[in-house]
Design a protein around this ligand. Structure first.
Ligand code: HEM
Ligand code: HEM
Length: 200
């Protein structure tokens, strides 16, 4: 039987699939974002690359919402009992921060393209049209708002990078230094099943 749901000792297949699909998407989005913002805007492929970045950004936004819902109706695996309080707090803040950027990056991107004086339509994968968001008036003219939101989007990219580095460092520390199941349980459902065995 597939272990779909989380238990108090580990993640189920759904949470694991969300984690790695979104990790791959975010790493790809970051790289493409940095790459494309240095391109000549009039070069033949630039427009298409921007459209891909936007399309996959909306995939991230949709997955982020579904993932948070799934998380709300599942137990969260408990941290190892030996973990000191400051590490528990850091872990929760780090994960909250990662969830924050999973929403804030696509939303700031969406606002940015909505503010643009060019008014370029967003059509996901050339199929699904996405309306422009209303841009708060306090952000000034369209050009000013676009410039500001571009800065916000770039800054959020740095926040993602910083959280990601700390996140991977923490995962490696758990695996190689503490030798606990924190890393194993985002890769395999075996730690989640331990719980079922104990409960029955
Ligand atoms: C590529 C290297 C990565 C590794 C090795 C890794 C490792 C892990 C591990 C071990 C956990 C489980 C923590 C626990 O059991 O308490 C976890 C959870 C999490 N990871 Fe990653 N991760 C990676 C990439 C990412 C990326 C790129 C993101 C998002 C941008 C991300 C977002 C999250 C979130 C939000 C959680 C918390 C899940 C929850 O409990 O709801 N991870 N990760
Ligand atoms: C979902 C996660 C997303 C990530 C991780 C991400 C990441 C990035 C990064 C790192 C950059 C380069 C910033 C710089 O150094 O100047 C960038 C640029 C950009 N992103 Fe995103 N992005 C995401 C979603 C979106 C979405 C949904 C849209 C629009 C609907 C969008 C629109 C743009 C645009 C237009 C640029 C180019 C800005 C410029 O011309 O300098 N992004 N993105």
């Amino acid at each position: 039987m597939m272990q779909l749901r989380n238990t108090s000792t580990g993640y189920g297949n759904v949470a694991i699939a969300f984690h790695w699909t979104m990790a791959a998407l975010m790493i790809g989005m970051f790289a493409v974002g940095k790459y494309m913002s240095g391109l000549d805007p009039t070069a033949p492929d630039t427009f298409a690359i921007y459209q891909w970045h936007k399309s996959f950004g909306f995939v991230v936004l949709a997955l982020a919402a579904l993932r948070l819902l799934w998380r709300a109706v599942n137990p969260s695996p408990a941290l190892p009992a030996s973990m000191p309080t400051y590490q528990r707090i850091a872990s929760h803040l780090g994960h909250a921060g990662l969830y924050f950027v999973l929403f804030a990056l696509p939303i700031s991107g969406w606002l940015m393209v909505s503010a643009s004086p060019w008014g370029i339509p967003t059509v996901l994968f050339n199929v699904i049209p996405v309306p422009h968001l209303p841009v708060p008036e306090v952000l000034g003219t369209n050009a000013e708002a676009e410039e500001f939101l571009k800065e916000v989007h770039e800054l959020l990219g740095f926040v993602l990078l910083a959280l990601f580095v700390a996140h991977v460092a923490a995962a490696l520390k758990h695996h190689f230094i503490n030798r606990d199941t924190v890393m194993k349980r985002i890769v395999s459902t075996a730690p989640a099943r331990v719980d079922t065995v104990q409960e029955t």
